[in-house]
Design a protein. Structure first.
Length: 213
């Protein structure tokens, strides 16, 4: 069974990540204080567009993954679109849908997807990679992290556990698109395995990329 839980916090974290990535992070932190009087500072230009594909058309969030794929990797799950799914901007397109089973009870499982199509996709991918590889609390431990071959221009997977949950997150970048596909499930009551879940997350990310044009 799929339960609603933790998705709201994850959505907030993703939104914050998008804002940080598109604003250039904190590279200029402390820079003003270090400048000498009279020094000439050249203005920072916009981030160079990523090499590779330049996507411009993105379907609605709940259409990023094919229904047949959802029935295979998350049977019975229903999609909830993200808060930004209908607010496309000229500088970026974001989608943050999640798939969960309606109702409560059973093991806790959810599939969360975050997509950013923007010239800042490379920065978003790198930031997601750094954040996902960090232990998020005293009981949260990263157990495996490594590159993934055969999808996108660059891809990475991170496995983590805490007291009761297992997290498997796949990050992929293709041109100006950055994709994050993550499963959360109960390590005590779910019959899922880390390998199966990683494969399912890769399948979800592959569907997302295939939906772009």
């Amino acid at each position: 069974m799929w339960l609603i839980g933790g998705a709201a916090a994850l959505a907030v974290a993703v939104v914050v990540g998008v804002v940080i990535a598109t604003s250039g992070g904190d590279d200029d932190k402390g820079g003003t204080a270090a400048k000498k009087p009279g020094a000439v500072t050249e203005p920072k230009g916009p981030e160079a567009p990523p090499k590779g594909k330049a996507f411009t058309k993105v379907p609605k969030g709940c259409e990023l993954i094919k229904p047949s794929t959802i029935e295979k990797i998350a049977p019975g799950a229903k999609c909830t679109p993200g808060l930004m799914d209908d607010k496309d901007l000229a500088s970026m397109i974001t989608r943050m849908p999640r798939w969960e089973h309606p109702g409560y009870g059973g093991d806790f499982q959810s599939l969360n997807v975050s997509l950013l199509v923007s010239p800042t996709a490379k920065s978003k991918y790198d930031m997601d990679k750094r954040v996902t590889m960090k232990d998020m609390g005293p009981t949260h431990e990263v157990t495996d992290s490594r590159p993934v071959k055969g999808i996108g221009e660059e891809a990475f997977v991170v496995h983590a556990v805490d007291d009761s949950l297992t997290w498997v997150t796949v990050l992929v970048r293709e041109g100006n698109a950055s994709v994050r596909a993550g499963f959360v499930y109960s390590k005590d009551s779910s019959d899922r395995t880390p390998k199966q879940t990683e494969d399912d997350a890769v399948t979800a990310a592959r569907d997302v990329l295939a939906s772009l044009s």
